[in-house]
Design a protein around this ligand. Structure first.
Ligand SMILES: [Zn+2]
Length: 388
């Protein structure tokens, strides 16, 4: 007797016979996908592009599950072509729908398995190595090229993603207080004496030479690297500080601002990371209050990639020249990367005049990264200069 002749459950039986193996395959696929994610396939992590709370909280899981080992390069496109199988998105509950229409229920379960977003990583919990230009780099970069020495020289620009494949974040057991314990190369995060960010107070007002910005409208790509939203730029933009030329590598965002001025924290900040020919870093920080929109930032938001770890090239160049405030007075001091490995020897240039973003523009970033700011570090008698 065939299943279809079963008088009690003619359709459900057939459906079970035909769909159950497919469902089992899909479930097995979830395991394979999970393994691929842990092997560094950034394409396997598919967080919802916008969300108000970490999906793991809803799933009752620790938000610290995925990282890319140091020995693997990011996934080949072929790996991303595999159907996504969510590991943290619960299937729809087996509720009344099951008895009402078993066929539809099974179909829905299978469909959910095949298309549901990954949602597996909370903010700041996914490590992807990013090159200083565009696209992705293998993990051999920063650590192998000198940031482990504790100086921000010679290596790939590590502000943000230069920490190797060790998982770090902004909360809990992988948060800033624990960074130094995560990897020997992160030791300066605890022992460094010239760390960033700081609360900028008591700057010495002097006649500082203006920073000369030589920025152009530039092709760019946007990447969510697991710690922030970052814009990678092609060469051709530079600044001149005191006769030394630094080439712009990338910029990225923090919420709230990492730097404070006289105790005041801002809604967001933006870090323009530059490197000179000797590998020394200079970071220009822009601060944002809530207010009128910022068109250049909106251009970045408009080019957000759907997937974490995947650079999305923009179709139009970015109007970099319109990014900066008209008032170019600034504070400057010597500090560090604000992310592991917390390398020192970084010259900070913090623009005094805040820019603005609308509540919606701030809210958009907040839904991806509600908090990605390192706490302020001791200024410990460092000299801060400010242009008068
Ligand atoms: Zn930064």
């Amino acid at each position: 007797m065939t299943p279809s002749l079963n008088p009690a459950f003619p359709w459900p039986a057939l459906v079970r016979a035909t769909l159950a193996p497919a469902l089992a395959l899909a479930l097995a696929g979830a395991g394979a996908d999970s393994a691929r994610a842990e092997a560094g396939a950034q394409g396997a992590a598919k967080p919802a592009p916008a969300r108000s709370s970490p999906p793991n909280a809803a799933a009752g899981r620790s938000p610290t599950t995925i990282m890319a080992p140091a020995t693997r390069r990011p996934a080949a496109p072929a790996a991303r072509a595999a159907p996504p199988a969510p590991e943290d998105v619960p299937l729809p509950a087996d509720t009344a729908a099951a008895s009402a229409d078993p066929l539809e229920h099974l179909r829905q379960r299978l469909a959910d398995r095949l298309v549901a977003p990954k949602g597996a990583t909370a903010s700041g919990s996914f490590d992807v190595r990013i090159s200083t230009r565009s696209g992705l780099q293998g993990p051999s970069g920063a650590a192998a090229q000198g940031v482990a020495s504790g100086r921000a020289r010679g290596g790939k620009v590590a502000h943000g993603p230069g920490a190797g494949a060790v998982h770090w974040g902004y909360e809990g057991e992988h948060g800033p207080a624990a960074w130094a314990k995560l990897k020997p190369e992160f030791g300066l995060c605890k022992t460094g004496e010239r760390q960033s960010p700081i609360d900028i107070r008591g700057g010495l007002a002097v006649n500082l030479e203006p920073v000369k910005f030589d920025y152009q409208d530039s092709p760019f790509s946007v990447i969510d690297n697991g710690h922030t939203v970052q814009v990678n730029l092609q060469p051709g933009n530079s600044i001149d500080i005191g006769g030394r030329k630094f080439e712009l590598q990338q910029f990225h965002f923090h919420r709230p601002s990492e730097e404070r001025i006289d105790g005041r924290q801002f809604e967001m900040s933006l870090h323009l990371v530059h490197k000179d020919a000797q590998g020394r870093l200079a970071v220009v920080a822009l601060l944002f209050d809530e207010g009128p929109p910022h068109a250049v930032v909106q251009d970045v938001w408009n080019n957000l990639p759907l997937e974490r770890g995947e650079a999305r090239p923009a179709r139009q160049p970015l109007a970099l020249t319109e990014l900066l405030p008209d008032d170019r007075r600034y504070y400057t001091y010597m500090g560090s990367l604000t992310t592991p490995p917390c390398s020192e020897g970084v010259q900070w240039v913090v623009m005094r005049s805040p820019l603005s973003l609308t509540a919606e523009q701030i809210g958009l970033f907040s839904r991806i990264y509600p908090m990605n700011a390192r706490p302020v570090q001791s200024a410990s008698g460092r000299r801060i200069l400010q242009s008068d």
